[in-house]
Design a protein around this ligand. Structure first.
Ligand code: G
Ligand code: G
Ligand code: MN
Ligand code: NA
Length: 249
């Protein structure tokens, strides 16, 4: 397949790059974190969406090399910024299945000097479908390094509630689908219930897909500490969101 071949070359040819989307403290407006999001600029196909090539990379196993590059590159860039916020990196279930995520994270931290204490790893509920003890062990090892585990797209998967309490998850990302429709009585029940549950379980929370000031104000009022979405910024080049490299002498 044409796209598959092109994808293999993309990594060696340096066609991938990262954008960063702010994660904002809803009370103060401070950018407390950024999520790294990979992009593929192909000389012929143009800009290809990760929604298209990440699933393909997962099928072909290229996600291992790509995921390794994303981790390293995100940590390398973030280590150089004159900014002390958190860095969030997406890690897909296929990376856990096919690769060595713990080794990959450890290598990225060691080679870049980025501190584990400022790293969030975003996983999805699909990671838990096989009820694999190895997955839990890997997440615990990542926590032991000092990183935090964030559960992405929360509320869209299956049986979210049973494992939330017992699995090594530090942070919940409330899915865009619950935020985008606000204000809306049913979604408000869900958002407020997730916030209460997270607080009782001692988990951090971030709301995704914040697009309007009304949504931001509502979320702040009901006690959601952090938000992410187009209201604050789209996935952006670092300089566009005020992240500059430290002067090196
Ligand atoms: O950036 P955008 O919203 O277009 O991303 C589309 C999808 O691709 C999202 O589900 C997002 O989580 C995923 N994605 C973006 N960057 C990465 C990455 O570096 N690794 C993995 N595994 N998924 C990513
Ligand atoms: O699956 P994940 O949550 O990692 O996906 C992140 C994706 O969501 C990114 O590709 C980003 O472009 C997209 N995104 C981020 N903020 C918003 C938003 O406010 N509205 C919409 N529609 N998409 C968003
Ligand atoms: Mn994510
Ligand atoms: Na998400």
């Amino acid at each position: 397949r044409r796209l598959d071949l092109a994808l293999r070359r993309a990594l060696t040819d340096g066609q991938f790059f990262l954008l960063f989307q702010p994660q904002v403290d809803l009370a103060s407006g401070t950018m407390v974190g950024v999520e790294a999001l990979v992009r593929w600029q192909h000389p012929e196909f143009g800009l290809v969406s990760p929604a298209e090539f990440v699933p393909l990379a997962e099928e072909t196993g290229l996600i291992v090399g790509l995921g390794d590059w994303v981790l390293r590159e995100a940590c390398r860039q973030a280590a150089g910024w004159d900014w002390q916020g958190r860095l969030s990196v997406n890690v897909s279930a296929a990376q856990f299945r096919l690769g060595d995520v713990v080794g990959s994270v450890r290598a990225a931290l060691e080679s870049t000097g980025f501190p584990a204490s400022r790293l969030d790893l975003e996983i999805t509920e699909t990671l838990f479908v096989d009820n694999d003890a190895g997955i839990v062990a890997a997440l615990e090892q990542l926590q032991a390094l000092g990183a935090r585990i964030a559960l992405d797209d929360f509320g869209t998967g299956y049986s979210s509630l049973s494992y939330l309490a017992r699995l090594p998850i530090d942070k919940i990302k409330i899915d865009q689908s619950f935020v985008r429709g606000l204000p809306d009585p049913q979604r408000e029940v869900i958002v407020e219930t997730v916030l209460l549950m997270a607080r009782r379980l001692g988990k951090l929370v971030i709301a995704e897909g914040v697009e309007t000031d009304e949504q931001r104000r509502y979320l702040a009022t009901v006690g959601c500490p952090i938000g992410q979405g187009y209201l604050f910024a789209r996935p952006s080049a670092p300089e566009a969101i005020g992240l500059r490299s430290r002067q090196v002498d």
